[in-house]
Design a protein around this ligand. Structure first.
Ligand SMILES: Cc1cc2nc3c(=O)[nH]c(=O)nc-3n(C[C@H](O)[C@H](O)[C@H](O)COP(=O)(O)O)c2cc1C
Length: 357
């Protein structure tokens, strides 16, 4: 039984602190690793809105081991206000893992996480990610290597299995804690074959909570604060890890940590997007940020009611100046299309039109 959640009846509130290998996490609401997304400013954003810990996007252990410039400079960038922060590494070579973990620790990581859940063929065919479920001895060696290299607590994010009915990820999780001293398991109870679809098996996650003497952090299906609360209770987890539910909606952390109830208004959403644009420009320069951010815009626009034309213009623009202009127009309620006045009235304008027709 997990030391930190002895009984579902006594499951601590999400706002209570817990520890991962001696590192104190101020609450039980975490940002999950998100490839191509979870850089320093997305993690910092989650922390600003109340997440107790943010985990980085997965970083290639080989990239660090061989000193790849982008991996070292961009992916390992950590903002001073992020701590504690966990850097997720992937790979299948213990030597490279050991040196990558050493570099991650030297870069300022407080925790190292190893990816044993990625279902993407490009990663799996190298023997990394979810493929490690098929080679438990190697998986254990990688965890030991990361501990030896970093001297930090090592956690593992893992799937429940590879194919429907397979529980190899469950069995490996137990061994990782018992035999390799892994400090916490981020458990995504969907098999690799499912990708990100289907209801996660929270009952299996609950079994894992009871089987390991380390925190079990639930991932999967936590699309809203309400869904996260349900998963937390059903799985008896020690903490929750928000993934897609945080895209363009850092307010989910504020909701889960009791800091707010009401959803943000369009002005708040657009101010946040403007903050993201500034950070991205700082991070990768104007030109690259312009292209990179095109995947971010829809996440923010989904939270506000804007005319289609305005939406498609923002999503297609590669220019940061124009993106800022549109975001400000939306914020100030002047992003107009026929029939719309100030954005804050957009809903009622739409309703009026429907009533009249
Ligand atoms: C775009 C995207 C990128 C992801 N990248 C990673 C990753 O780098 N490492 C990892 O362990 N999991 C990764 N995941 C999995 C998530 O951390 C999470 O386990 C999964 O999305 C299930 O949670 P959800 O259903 O609440 O979104 C990724 C998921 C998505 C959608």
């Amino acid at each position: 039984m997990s030391a930190t959640s002895p009984d579902p009846q006594e499951q601590p509130a999400l706002t209570e602190p817990f520890e991962i290998g001696g590192v104190v996490i101020s609450n039980r609401v975490l940002l999950a690793p998100l490839a191509g997304i979870g850089n320093w400013f997305v993690r910092l954003q989650a922390r600003r809105y109340g997440a107790g810990l943010a985990v980085s996007e997965m970083v290639s252990s080989f990239g660090l081991h061989y000193g790849n410039e982008k991996t070292m400079n961009e992916l390992m960038r950590i903002h001073p206000d992020e701590h504690p922060v966990s850097m997720q590494l992937f790979g299948q070579d213990p030597e490279a893992m050991e040196s990558a973990a050493r570099i991650a620790a030297a870069s300022g990581a407080d925790l190292i996480d190893i990816n044993m859940g990625c279902p993407v063929p490009k990663v799996r065919k190298t023997g990394a990610g979810a493929e490690l479920l098929a080679d438990p001895e190697l998986a254990l060696d990688l965890a030991r290597a990361a501990r030896a290299g970093s001297g930090l607590p090592v956690t593992v994010k893992i799937r429940s299995g590879l194919m429907p009915g397979d529980r190899s990820g469950f069995d490996l999780s137990v061994r990782l804690v018992e035999e390799a001293g892994v400090a916490a398991i981020g458990f995504h109870p969907r098999v690799a074959k499912q990708g990100h679809k289907g209801r996660p098996d929270y009952a299996m996650a609950k079994e894992l909570t009871e089987a390991i003497d380390a925190p079990m952090i639930i991932s999967g299906g936590l699309s809203t604060a309400e869904a996260a609360r349900v998963a937390y209770e059903e799985s008896g987890a020690d903490a929750v890890m928000i993934a897609r539910g945080a895209l363009g909606y850092p307010w989910v952390f504020a909701e889960l940590t009791g800091q707010r109830v009401d959803p943000p208004d369009p002005a708040e959403v657009m101010d946040e997007l403007l903050w993201v644009i500034d950070c991205a420009e700082d991070h990768m320069g104007t030109e690259r940020a312009g292209r990179y951010l095109r995947k971010f815009y829809p996440w923010y626009l989904d939270r506000v009611d804007v005319p289609k034309l305005v939406r498609s213009e923002l999503c297609q623009t590669a220019g940061l100046d124009r993106a800022r202009e549109i975001a400000r127009e939306i914020r100030d309620g002047v992003a107009v299309a026929p029939g719309f006045r100030r954005l804050s009235f957009a809903r009622s304008v739409k309703k009026d039109v429907r009533t009249r027709s």
